[in-house]
Ligand binder design. Structure first.
Ligand SMILES: CC(C)(COP(=O)(O)OP(=O)(O)OC[C@H]1O[C@@H](n2cnc3c(N)ncnc32)[C@H](O)[C@@H]1OP(=O)(O)O)[C@@H](O)C(=O)NCCC(=O)NCCS
Length: 341
């Protein structure tokens, strides 16, 4: 089944729902390009020129995505002046769950002490966080929940082959969190558009360890529990789809790109992000960018890049903000917000 490339009308929630606080957490260990050049046949010059990445964070053994996620959530709750008990649900966005089951949301629930919350995991690869945000907003808008935490957390080093120069240089570990609640009328999420196209599956995937090809000694020996990627195919689709879906967000809501205060693209590669911003005719100062220090943290890139931009004062109440994501699936999505605080 092919994808319909046309986009329909604005998707609106019945109530005004938005992000009311953010948080982040990274492990302490910094691995720079020089350290990586001792592990695989690469160089600082190659990595910086092809990706814009200088360093990334790696967890120590024994640390899972839920550990990072719980700490990011703790910061978001503190910023909002809430207790974990105030949460109705936790949506854990991750491609690297601590284990296949129970869900990572359950582990975050217990680590953060959110005694009233239910929750679940959501995996749409690098699009997970914005798919999670729109899901959480639906729960709040319907009245099913008052406060939902969306936590993007990934330990990419658990699935990146430390001997494969094609992938190990690109990824890092980290977590970001957002609290989703009803906000002042007219603010919050104004529109979103999400897409999937499974024809992209062979270009970015982990072949074994799932139901189709359960783990065996052979699959482990063949490194089939690691990321397999066709970099150029991913690159081409990411630039086109992130730029196009962001343009749709602006056009169908009558927002001039000049009035966009912050563009938060998935942080996969600086060249992809800059190419998408160029297609939107946006100055780079208005693009959230943390790839140099943290690399691609999958579900955590958008909430952490957003959090850092908010800390720098790049956005104030009433400003237009666009999120754009692209990842395995292929999956991609855009979201337009009028900042709520
Ligand atoms: C991966 C990526 C950086 C590669 O950059 P590129 O300019 O497309 O490079 P190419 O794929 O043409 O590879 C060129 C050469 O560099 C080599 N190479 C790959 N990784 C390398 C590394 N870390 N160090 C040195 N050389 C490397 C390749 O083996 C290839 O060598 P060959 O020509 O001898 O076969 C780029 O394609 C990319 O960023 N793609 C998107 C990846 C992504 O974002 N994935 C996550 C999406 S959510």
């Amino acid at each position: 089944m092919t994808q319909d490339s046309s986009y329909g009308p604005t998707r609106r929630y019945a109530k005004s729902v938005g992000i009311t606080a953010t948080g982040q957490y990274y492990p302490e260990r910094i691995v720079d390009n020089h350290e990586l050049s001792k592990m695989v046949d690469t160089s600082n010059e190659w990595i910086v020129s092809r990706t814009g990445i200088h360093e990334r964070r790696w967890v120590e053994p024994g640390v899972g995505s839920s550990d990072l996620g719980a700490k990011a959530l703790e910061m978001a709750l503190e910023r909002r002046g809430l207790k974990a008990d105030d949460l109705d649900a936790i949506v854990a966005c991750t491609v690297t769950p601590d284990m296949l089951f129970p869900c990572t949301a359950a582990l975050i629930q217990t680590k953060s002490g959110a005694s009233r919350a239910y929750g679940f995991d959501l995996n749409a690869a690098c699009s997970s966080f914005i798919f999670g945000l729109s899901t959480a907003a639906g729960l709040v808008s319907s009245g099913a929940c008052k406060r939902v935490a969306v936590v993007g957390c990934d330990v990419m080093t658990s699935i990146a082959d430390k001997k494969d120069r094609n992938t190990i240089v690109l990824f890092g570990d980290g977590a970001g969190a957002a609290i989703v609640e009803e906000v002042e009328e007219g603010l919050g999420i104004l529109d979103f558009e999400h897409r999937l196209d499974g024809r992209g599956a062979p270009f970015l995937y982990m072949p074994a360890g799932g139901s189709l090809k359960p783990a065996t000694a052979e699959t482990v020996a063949a490194n089939e529990h690691c990321i397999h990627q066709h970099g150029q195919e991913v690159y081409k689709n990411a630039v086109r789809d992130m730029a196009e879906i962001s343009r749709v967000m602006l056009d169908r809501n009558g927002v001039d790109p000049k009035d966009l205060k912050l563009f938060v693209p998935h942080q996969a590669n600086n060249r992809i992000m800059e190419a998408a911003a160029k297609r939107l005719e946006l100055p780079l100062e208005r693009m959230a960018n943390n790839i140099a220090y943290y690399a691609n943290t999958t579900s955590a890139t958008i909430p952490t890049a957003l959090h850092q931009s908010l800390e720098k004062g790049m956005v104030k109440k009433g400003d237009y903000v666009v999120f754009a994501a692209f990842g395995a699936g292929f999956s991609w999505g855009g979201m337009l917000l009028k900042w709520a605080y």
